[in-house]
Design a protein around this ligand. Structure first.
Ligand code: ATP
Ligand code: MG
Length: 235
């Protein structure tokens, strides 16, 4: 499915944080949303998912979603993995968190989806009865991803998954997220870590003070220095 955003404005009360956002992510496409601290990345992802107030058009395969609530957007195929793995409940076990994600699936398909997720993240399988709060940062990020994937989304909104993770763990995560491409999942990846994003994404846009300040294709994204300059120029 294709996610298309046009003329989107979002903010908190009277404060407008994101202005005139236009972007598109197609099936199996990975788009990086790069930007410094406070650029508005999380606000934009929240606006798309329906947790931040916004005006403008949000379309999934031509169907308008901006008029419906977050739950309905999730049912339509959008899934947000919020910053800081905030979709997890730390006292609940890995399994219990996973089951919360599986609720949107028809009952008959839950067991199979769960098996697929444990196959994708074997470490979670070995930790299934541990409270989420006791997992390592990398394991928590995997669980946050798995809980979102449990809904079988067509568009994944992933907010700074690399935050606080060691290089070795990041490499694992690149492979796991990369595997989503062959499933046709469209990815919008908010990141400050452009090197991490470069390993995954086909294109990037730079968000600066709430506006899209530029962007480019995969070739440039591979050139981390160029992207770093674009980010600094936009800051
Ligand atoms: N709940 C809120 N109420 C009011 N202002 C907010 C709220 N959340 C964020 N902001 C403001 O909106 C702006 C953008 O914040 P946002 O969290 O979207 O940036 P970000 O690009 O995700 O930054 P980071 O990389 O640090 O996560 C900031 O100025 C921030 O202070
Ligand atoms: Mg953020």
């Amino acid at each position: 499915m294709t996610l298309r955003i046009s003329n989107l404005h979002a903010g908190y009360g009277r404060i407008e944080v994101c202005r005139q956002i236009a972007l598109e992510v197609g099936e199996g496409e990975f788009l990086a949303l790069l930007g410094a601290n406070g650029a508005g990345k999380s606000t934009l992802l929240g606006a798309i998912a329906g947790s931040v107030v916004a005006r403008g058009a949000i379309e999934l395969d031509g169907r308008r979603l901006d008029g419906v609530n977050a739950r309905e957007r999730a049912r339509s195929g959008l899934a947000l993995v919020p910053e800081g793995r905030r979709n997890l409940f730390s006292p609940l076990t890995v399994m219990e968190n996973m089951q919360l994600g599986l609720r949107l699936q028809p009952a008959a398909e839950r067991a199979r989806t769960q098996d697929e997720l444990f196959a994708m993240f074997p470490i979670l399988s070995t930790r299934r009865s541990q409270p989420a709060g006791l997992l390592s940062g990398g394991e928590q990020q995997m669980l946050a991803l798995a809980v979102a994937l449990a809904r079988k989304p067509s568009v994944l909104l992933l907010d700074e998954p690399s935050q606080g993770l060691a290089p070795l763990v990041l490499q694992n995560l690149v492979e796991q997220i990369g595997a989503l491409r062959s499933m046709g999942v469209a990815l919008l990846l908010a990141e400050q870590n452009h090197r991490f994003a470069a390993q995954l994404c086909d294109r990037y846009v730079v968000l600066s003070s709430g506006e899209i300040a530029g962007g480019g294709g995969g070739d440039e994204l591979q050139d981390a220095e160029q992207v770093a300059h674009a980010l600094m120029a936009a800051a």
